[in-house]
Design a protein around this ligand. Sequence first.
Ligand code: SF4
Length: 265
Amino acid sequence: MREYTYGPFQSRRLKLSLGIDILPKCKKCTFDCVYCEIGTTEKNQLVSPEYRIKAPPSHGFRKELISILKHVPHLQSITFGYNGEPTLNENILEFLEIAINVRNEMKWIQEKPKLTLFTNSSTLYSKEIRERVMQFDLILAKLEAATDMDFKRTNRPHKDVPDIETIIDSLIKLKREMPENNELAIQCLFFNSYRDDFIPNDNPKNIEKVAHAIKRIKPDLVQIYSIARIPAQYYVFAIDEERKQQIVKKFRNILKNDSIKVNYY
Ligand code: SF4
């Protein structure tokens, strides 16, 4: 039986990816995003960014990885983070070290798969967390709101999560501090809403502010996408292709920086 891994599956942004979940089987997250595709973050699952889980890898982790990876020599990403916020696990680097060792011991058809981390960015104000995170080849960090109102409506953070300006500042620091060979991608999920009294994050002011924040962060890549599965709240829904293209155009106009790739999915 598998304890840590999901897939491999074809991902829109990562191609063939093996998911690694390093949190206990119940969701733990600092956010309760309206669009979350793994369901609402219940009261007992919504935790402070200071909350830490001590869950080191069991002896089975290495064995489980090898048993799957030997069948996928064309894998492109070993991706941490599927059941909440992975940086809450104190032992994240122990998992990473095992994954790096296994990856280096195996034979690959093309390039070795990247070691990728999904984070919702809420814990990055901590230098200790940034130092852990920057050891991944590719960091996919969430930023889809840049006003406090949009942030609260969209991500519904735990009360201890810092304000959005602090989160943006920590992304700026992360990019400055991380090794040059590793990559930072900012992930922006934009959605629409059926409810007249719920302003979606796809509103002109927010889009513009997110673009200006990204201009300051200077990531390697920006990924614009939308809801693809059933969201936690029924009243939000995906924006269409045309809208994604408009947002890409708007971002490029504001960024005016060809070294930041802006893609949509
Ligand atoms: S940060 Fe990710 S896991 Fe947490 S609620 Fe938002 S979408 Fe779900």
